[in-house]
Design a protein around this ligand. Sequence first.
Ligand SMILES: Cc1ncc(COP(=O)(O)O)c(C=O)c1O
Length: 398
Amino acid sequence: MTSSYMNELQPPQKVLLGPGPSTVHPRVLQALSLPVMGHLDPTFFQVMDDVCEMLRMVFHTTNFMTVPISSTGTGAMETACANIIEPGDSMLVCRNGYFGIRLADIAERCGATVHVMDTPWGKAVDPQMLKDELKKRPGLKAVGVVHAETSTGVLSDMKELVDVIHESGALAIVDAVTSLGGHEVRMDDWGIDVCYSATQKCLGAPPGLAPISLSPAAMDVVAKRPSKVQSFYFNLKDLEAYWNQTRAYHHTSPINMTYALREALRMMMEEGQENRINRHARVAAALRAGAEALGLSLLAEEGHRLNPLTTLSIPEGIEDAKVRRALLNDYDIEIGGGLGEFAGKAWRVGLMGESARERNVFALLSALETILSKEGYEVAFGASLSAAQRTIATFDDE
Ligand SMILES: Cc1ncc(COP(=O)(O)O)c(C=O)c1O
């Protein structure tokens, strides 16, 4: 076998309609290629400040402690749990999909006694059910909830859930990995204590940074804990010093990813956050209409459907992997397969950030019509496209 490592790397241009990463705009790629600065260079400190300022705008918060963690979203999950949880603390995790399961696992690894409240896949976390559960469990340090479950395509009502969590006296830890930049996330208005996300979805940058924000109350818990945070890398006290206070070295910052995030956030500010959220809503509505016209059912409960990610049922007799392979090989379109309980049963279509464009909806629907028809599935050609067109033409931007 001949090795290929001496060949110049030429990744093909794909249409990224999976659960992330999403398409990265050339302006953001350009920012990635700018000259590297030192992480203690005052010019870089300005870049850091710009990023923090725009992240506060996106989280809708005045929280001082709002920074990007040097990791993907999972690192932010670890950061949230490692800093809030001390050995012996109890935490409840609401699980309505794969990422709730992961959050519970991480909390346990951080030394929490973990309780779980399970909701069937495809359904949103119910505030009343949580209220009843919390009555049975006094003294919890924190409750973790996933705002946008990427495995099921479900959006939970975060404001109501946070109110319920606070009535019990616990801190609310919210996963906004798939919602931030694609749905409204209002940290301060909703009273969220710890909220985290990731750059590769609706924020429109490559994978590699994970924004996190902590309320003063949550930072107070971190500051006053008697025990050391078990992770050096994700220890927020030191990260706060580097990002916001003394600029003391903690670890070498991913300089170029920080440039990329700055440019992606700048593009978001140019577009306007409301416009961007409406764009996600419009293209998602078009995709749903087109998919239903094609006979594919939507697996997330009505009224709680995510805009950045749609779960579609795979028709009887259709081979999941074969369709996804044809999309990738013949049309350069990537969509995701199902995770966990939805493995083999669902396609996950992401319309996130720069990928959330009408042209992508039409490209996917037209490719699916052709591929499914070749697989023997009955298709009325053009029906899904006209349903999507009609939805876009009549869509009422809020
Ligand atoms: C809701 C949610 N939480 C956490 C993660 C983990 O993020 P990452 O894969 O960037 O580590 C993901 C990734 O898809 C996610 O969708």
